[in-house]
Write a protein that binds this ligand. Sequence first.
Ligand SMILES: [Zn+2]
Length: 71
Amino acid sequence: MATSVSSQPSHDQLREAFQAGFYSIDDGDGFYFGFHAFLQEHGFELREDIPCTCSDNGAHGHQPECRWVKA
Ligand SMILES: [Zn+2]
């Protein structure tokens, strides 16, 4: 399944999303609050209805950005 690669967050966007997550930890909201908010602000959404988008298909657990694709 190589169809959704281009709709996933870029490496740079993920790096910024992780940073946003760490900031929201500092604010007391937890990692995912900031991480998900950043991705949503950049046009991504969590798709529960699509297969895992992890590079290793979740073999070692799902990454925070799993199933986040362009809305
Ligand atoms: Zn996954």
